[in-house]
Design a protein around this ligand. Structure first.
Ligand code: 6PG
Length: 240
C-alpha cells in the first residue's frame, strides 16, 4: 500500500485535487473493469468535492458506469438535513447523469441500527456477487476525535472483523446517535482510500496519525488501510 499526503491551501484547492484524482481512477476502473464503485463520505468536508464533481467534472466521469455507496449513514429520513444521502443527492447525484439504479443508499426507511446494517450488507453481497468485496475508491472524512465513517473511539464496531456493515450508537457529542457504518476490513479492502480533512481543529490528530505516534492508536482513522493507495487530502490548516 502506498501512502500519499497532499496538502493544499484551502478546502477548495484540496477538493479540486481530489476531484482530478477521482476522475482518473474512475476512467481507469471503467476501462479495466467496466465499472467504478465509489463510497461517498458523510459530514460537511466532502460537499465541496461533490459540487466540483457535479460541475467541472460532469463530463469527465463515465457516470453511467459509476456505482455509489455510502461509508456511513445516520438513521434519519432521507429528507432530514442530517442525512448523508441528502447531502450527496443535493450536491452531486441530482446533477449528474448517473443511473438511479447505480445509487445504493444505506437506509432510507427507519430501522434499528443492527437491522439496517444487515440489510445493507445483503445489498453489498448482491453487488459483489460472491467476489471479494473491494471498492475502487472509498472517500472518508475524519472527526476531531479521529473517528471516521461512524467508527468512533472505543466502539465495538472497531473490532468487527467479519461483518461488512455494523450498527452504531454514536457518542453524545456527535449526534444523531443511530447509525450504520462500513467496518474497517471492508473499507481497507478498497483499492484506494482518500481522507478529506480540513481545519486546524484536526491538525493534532492528523499529525499523530501521519507521524505514527503512540497516541494514534486511540484514533479509528489510524486503522484504515487500502490495497493499493491511501491518500490524505489536507488543507494547510489541517496539515500545519
Ligand atoms: C458522519 C461522517 C463522519 C465525518 C466526520 C468529519 O456521518 O458524521 O461520516 O465520519 O466524516 O465526522 O465531519 P466533517 O467533515 O463535517 O468535519
Amino acid at each position: 500500500m502506498e501512502i500519499k499526503v497532499d496538502f493544499w491551501g484551502s478546502l477548495a484547492d484540496l477538493s479540486l485535487a481530489a476531484a482530478k484524482h477521482l476522475a482518473r481512477l474512475a476512467v481507469d476502473a471503467v476501462e479495466k473493469r467496466g465499472k467504478f464503485s465509489l463510497v461517498l463520505a458523510g459530514g460537511s468536508t466532502p460537499k465541496k468535492l461533490y459540487e466540483i464533481l457535479a460541475s467541472d467534472f460532469c463530463n469527465e466521469i463515465p457516470w453511467q458506469h459509476v456505482h455509489v455507496f455510502w461509508g456511513d449513514e445516520r438513521l434519519v429520513p432521507p429528507e432530514n438535513p442530517d442525512s448523508n444521502f441528502k447531502m450527496a443527492q443535493d450536491a452531486l447525484l441530482s446533477k449528474v447523469p448517473i443511473p438511479k439504479e447505480n445509487i445504493h443508499p444505506m437506509a432510507l426507511h427507519p430501522r434499528s441500527p443492527d437491522e439496517a446494517a444487515a440489510i445493507y450488507q445483503e445489498q453489498l453481497e448482491r453487488f459483489f456477487g460472491g467476489a471479494e468485496p473491494s471498492f475502487d475508491l472509498v472517500l472518508l472524512g475524519m472527526g476531531e476525535d479521529g473517528h471516521t465513517a461512524s467508527l468512533f473511539p472505543g466502539d465495538a464496531a472497531l473490532d468487527e472483523r467479519e461483518k461488512w456493515v455494523a450498527g452504531v450508537i454514536a457518542p453524545d457529542y456527535r449526534p444523531p446517535p443511530a447509525r450504520i457504518t462500513l467496518t474497517l476490513p471492508l473499507i481497507s479492502q478498497a483499492r484506494a482510500v482518500f481522507f478529506l480533512v480540513a481545519g486546524e481543529s484536526k491538525r493534532a490528530v492528523v499529525k499523530a496519525i501521519l507521524g505514527n505516534s503512540e497516541v494514534a492508536s486511540a484514533y479509528p482513522a489510524a486503522y484504515v488501510g487500502a490495497s493499493e493507495l491511501l491518500c490524505w487530502y489536507l488543507d494547510a490548516a489541517a496539515h500545519g
